[in-house]
Structure formats: C-alpha cells, structure tokens
Design a protein around this ligand. Sequence first.
Ligand code: 5GP
Length: 177
Amino acid sequence: MGLIKVHDKTFEIYLSEDTIQKRVQELAAAINTDYAGKRPMFIAILNGSFMFASDLFKHLTIEAELCFIKLASYKGLKSSGNVVTSIGLEDDIFNKEIVIVEDIVDTGKTLHNFLPKLEHQQPKSLRIATLLHKSEATEFPLKLDYIGFDIPNKFVVGYGLDYDGLGRNLKEIYQLV
Ligand code: 5GP
C-alpha cells in the first residue's frame, strides 16, 4: 500500500497531500506575518519548486512578486552540485526583500554557490524558504529561514520533485524504498 514505481525504482508514500498542504499554509502564514507591510519578491528555483511556489503564493495575503529562475541540472539519484549559471533573473533586486523558494536543500551546495551572486546585487534582505531539508546531508551550512519538513537522507520524488524527469506531477511526496 502506498507504493509507486517511477522508472525502475520503487517509492513509498512519505508525506500525504494533506500534510504538505497544511504545512505550506503554515509557512505562508509565517511569511504573511514577517513581511506585513513589505513587498517581498519571491525567487523560485526551477524545476523542482514550481508546485511549492505556486501553493505557497496562493496563501500569501501580502503584496508580493514572484519570478522563476533556473540554476543547475540534477540527474539521477545523486546531487550533481555543479551550479552552472542562473537563467531568468532579469529583475533588479537591489534594495528588495528577497525570499528564495527551493524544493529541497540537500548538501546545501546549490544555494551556497548561488547566494553570493544574489548578495552581490545588494538586496535589502535575503531569506530562504525550502519545502524539504535533508539536515543529515548538510555539507554547506546555510541559514534556512522557512523549512517545511526536515527529512531523512533518502531520495524523494513528487510534488514537483522528479526522478530522471518523472514524478513531478504527484500530489504527495514519496521516498525511495
Ligand atoms: P544540494 O545542492 O543542496 O545538494 O541539492 C539541491 C538540489 O538537489 C535540489 O534543488 C534538487 O534539485 C536536488 N535534490 C536533492 N535531493 C533530492 C531528492 O531527494 N530528490 C530529488 N528529486 N531531487 C533532489
């Protein structure tokens, strides 16, 4: 029960749709409080964060901007960690309140490599919202301001996250068996 197959691998349910949705609403509520009277700009990192960013954004009651950018590729079951470049950040972020939206922080390498590029543009503030955090896998410590779930160091798919291109459409999050 609760088992699915993506490509050659079997995954079991780990976070239900309801559990995810409730937590996303809690994160949005915290952001609404923290950014009351401000106008933050959310920078969501593609591809994995599209679903989280969309649900989170729906529950914001503050004025907010949203843009999507693409960083690095992630193939197979292990993080490649090589951030090539960012595509799609045409907006000027100088003096803006920035919230990065990530699907998952694993080793931390991706954001560790990317943050200096944003900081270089001197935003007014810079915070990170990640749906998932594999704290056991940390190699590059980051200050994560909003964390949905701290999860074990196992590969997950669903709710935007893929395994070799598949599984992003799942409403739940599944863990490799
Ligand atoms: P980091 O640079 O923090 O090691 O890895 C961050 C990126 O690796 C995430 O944005 C995501 O694309 C990918 N990643 C890390 N762990 C997983 C996982 O369990 N499942 C999936 N689908 N992607 C992962």
